[in-house]
Design a protein around this ligand. Sequence first.
Ligand code: GDD
Ligand code: MN
Length: 369
Amino acid sequence: MSIELTVVVPTYNERANVGPLVGLLDSALDGIAWEVLFVDDDSPDGTADAVRALSREDGRVRCLQRIGRRGLSSACIEGIMASSAPYVAVMDADLQHDETLLPGMLEQLRADAADVVVGSRYMGGGSTGDLASGRVWISRIASALGQLVLKARVSDPMSGFFMLQRGYFERVARDLSGKGFKILLDLLASGRREVRVAELPYRMRARQHGDSKLDTMVVWEYLVLIADKLFGRYVPVRFVLFVGVGMTGVVLHLLVLGLLHQLLDVGFLVAQASATLLAMTSNYFLNNVFTYHDQRLHGLALWRGLLTFYLACSIGAVINVEFADFLFRQAFPWFVAGFLGAVAGAVWNYAVTATFTWRTASSKRTEQE
Ligand code: GDD
Ligand code: MN
């Protein structure tokens, strides 16, 4: 008998939840040929082992373990791709999503009434349960923003609970950005044509075990995703972010240079060199948090990254200081000399660090690219 529905469940440290979820699916999906595929990113709590133990008892339970990778969206995408079923659902492992909605979703897809059926917290009959009010607020604003790029009206484009036709997924698979948390928005914004969306309300439950993996940077990832969908086809968002960070570096640079050289009477060469070092350090950390958020360096790697960044940029710094000093001696005003020196250095830095500092890191701990 072939499988009609695959439930893809991304997991990270959900050991205590997988067993109960399989039990709930078993009763909710009675009479349906289903399987559940847990996509685990090598959780330190041993979630993958727990799934495989279940799998030995019940062939409908499968485990896809990814090593050296993180990312909710990419986990969902790879889970969907590992399924051959005509219908695929995605839901959290933490029992927050109401599994009794699944048969109703399936019915809509079987009737071909929609490409995607979304479990919504923001329509009549739905609710966010006891989600912190701050989260609800952010979620509502983000939903409104999401309408900018969506090709359909959806009350809850941030939902992590939905079911889709495999045919629709195959049509958009190559256009997905695959970054961050917002897999549904990605799926709905990527099609070239209108997508037929149906929504069913559900009441979100509270998490029983473990913690949410959403941090405040999720909002940032979300904005980057929207920017990517809006103009990513023309200019890579990463490049725009790098230039933005570079601008803050230039402002910081000029402030420090002005402070040291004009106010404190420090010699121009020393002032320009100090401003360069400070701007370089600030650029590194800002780029690590914003531009390379998806492959951010942590702990020891963060400091190693800083060293390689300095190293890679040291030539840029020499170019910067030498060039600015040259212009200054040519009687250019201090701010013009300082500015042009910084620009020359920044162009160099971009090219070198993009291929060096974060690229080496990406081979080990990236989620995409
Ligand atoms: N494989 C993998 N890799 N799974 C992950 C990762 C990851 O890097 N990060 C989180 N997960 C899993 C979690 O284990 C959980 O099963 C599911 O993805 C959702 O993560 P939660 O940490 O439970 O997120 P949440 O409940 O705070 O957020 C939910 O609501 C949001 C809307 O407010 C999710 O459903 C989001 O997708 C949704 O946008
Ligand atoms: Mn959750």
